[in-house]
Design a protein around this ligand. Structure first.
Ligand SMILES: Nc1nc2c(ncn2[C@@H]2O[C@H](COP(=O)(O)OP(=O)(O)OP(=O)(O)O)[C@@H](O)[C@H]2O)c(=O)[nH]1
Ligand SMILES: Nc1nc2c(ncn2[C@@H]2O[C@H](COP(=O)(O)OP(=O)(O)OP(=O)(O)O)[C@@H](O)[C@H]2O)c(=O)[nH]1
Length: 437
């Protein structure tokens, strides 16, 4: 995956992490205060230095706060940030000097095994800068004296970070084939589905939520054509497992959707519509991906008549009425053989191009049936429609006044289009432009 490298600023409380972040980004993004522990949640700020893009990550202070729980979750977040980081900026304080906790943090940083630069902050004048030497003891080479507050040494620090950043990745050569993402929250059976589709035990399946860590692409040949399965780490429910790691799982899952043609939103038959489920499906829709709602674990359902269940599903997911719904069991294999053909079918529908004359005659007929909306006596006129894109299909309507287009009218047009041209399983993008635009 071609994601931007991140640079984590790590250090105990009150050494000036937020101040440094503000200085580096030239913005007042972080809240700084004299109170220790102000920076609670991590901040990610995109940066560019000397033509390199990276993401600067501010971490909370690594202090053993009396409120054990909060402290531990902060530490987990810091660890997660370090794990993800390409470079670590270890920030220490020239004015308070080398503290025992600095050594503990140094050990943590060593465990992360990343390139490190020690920045000695609050070295506001040359005398204080001399104090920097004692931080040699941390074992990360020459410490760099800086003053985040006054801006001293900050450019040099950026240059040093730049040197430590890895070479930009060569553009990843994506494998050819239909790209199918297996998305869903933790424990719905994504790994099991992947195994069932590939026909081998290639991922570790476990009843403990959060077992699938990294997204791995798997290429398979099917009777319908080549497929690349994009596996995603579960989108975890907030506060459930390992704070910090959860956040990265969400980003990774959304990344997988970004890279896919078709998204399998995997649901658990026992609990098929949590807000996480609808969030994932909504994201896939907004990205214009083909959508299949895969209800897994149907072997656990007592009532085998799915009519009522399916009616409820349609109601819960009425924001994507065109999404296909498949019922299966990754465990027993029941229904598995319908997944890949359904994905190829949707891809064909997403790729369909309506010839302009056909499209316009459909629009004319639709308008004749449903009198178009008007406002203050002004009637909406559709002058011309044309499909400008595929995957997802995108249709532009030239009208006399786009303000006259109501949501209900758009829905009416969409329904007519779907009745005639299908477009099953795919969102359609509509744009209304005024004549001359
Ligand atoms: N003299 C001096 N003070 C600084 C400098 N940089 C930061 N400070 C002060 O140090 C205090 C703590 O700064 P913050 O940026 O909030 O520190 P932090 O590390 O983000 O703190 P936590 O959120 O508690 O982890 C503030 O009062 C800053 O004004 C500096 O270069 N020189
Ligand atoms: N009864 C039944 N259990 C299933 C089925 N599919 C998966 N499971 C079980 O559900 C649990 C979670 O399955 P996984 O495949 O690890 O789920 P996941 O979505 O990859 O989970 P994370 O790694 O947490 O994101 C395991 O105990 C599986 O054995 C199924 O079709 N029927």
């Amino acid at each position: 995956m071609n994601s931007l490298p991140s640079v984590a600023i790590v250090g105990r409380q009150n050494v000036g992490k937020s101040t440094l972040l503000n200085r580096l980004t030239g913005k007042r993004t972080a809240i700084t205060e004299d109170l220790p522990g102000t920076t609670r949640d991590r901040l990610h700020v995109p940066m560019n230095h000397a033509g390199r893009d990276f993401i600067l990550v501010d971490t909370g202070g690594m202090e053993n706060l009396p409120q054990e729980a909060i402290a531990r979750s902060v530490n987990d977040q810091v660890r997660a940030a370090m794990k993800e980081a390409a470079v670590i900026v270890f920030l220490v304080d020239a004015q308070s000097g080398l503290a025992p906790l600095d050594h503990e943090i140094a050990d943590e940083i060593r465990r992360a095994g990343k390139p490190v630069v020690v920045a000695v902050n609050k070295a506001d004048n040359p005398r204080l800068a001399l104090h920097g030497a004692e931080f040699h003891a941390l074992g990360f080479g020459e410490p760099m004296p800086i003053s985040a507050y006054h801006g001293r040494g900050v450019e040099d620090l950026l240059d040093r970070i730049f040197e430590l950043l890895p070479e930009p990745e060569a553009a990843v050569v994506e494998k050819p084939g239909l790209r199918i993402a297996i998305a869903g929250r933790a424990n719905v059976g994504k790994s099991s589905l992947l195994n069932a589709l590939t026909g081998e035990e290639r991922t570790i399946v476990s009843p403990i939520p959060g077992t699938t860590r990294d997204s791995i692409d798997t290429a398979i040949d099917t009777p319908q054509g080549s497929v690349v399965l994009i596996d995603t780490a579960g989108i975890r429910r907030r506060g459930r497992v390992e704070p910090g790691v959860e956040e990265y799982s969400v980003i990774r899952s959304l990344n997988a959707i970004d890279r896919a043609d078709i998204v399998l939103v995997v649901l658990d038959a026992i609990e098929p519509a949590t807000s996480q489920d609808t969030h994932i499906a909504g994201y896939a829709r907004d990205q214009g991906r083909g959508l299949i709602l895969v209800v897994n674990k149907i072997d656990l359902l007592e009532n085998k008549d799915m009519t009522e269940f399916d009616r409820n599903m349609a109601a819960r997911f009425k924001f994507i009425p065109y999404a296909q719904r498949l019922y299966l069991s990754a465990r027993t294999g029941d229904g598995i053989d319908r997944v890949i053909p359904a994905a190829f079918d949707i891809q064909a529908q997403r790729s369909h191009r309506i010839p302009t004359p056909e499209l316009n005659s459909l629009v004319r007929q639709a308008l004749a049936k449903h009198s178009p909306p008007s406002a203050g006596g002004k009637l909406l006129k559709v002058l011309y429609a044309t499909q400008v894109g595929v995957c997802p299909p995108e249709i532009v309507f030239f009208v006399n006044d786009p303000k006259l287009v109501h949501f209900s009218f758009q829905r009416f047009l969409e329904n007519r289009l779907r009745e005639v041209f299908g477009f099953s399983g795919t969102p359609i993008k509509f744009t209304f432009k005024s004549r001359g635009e």
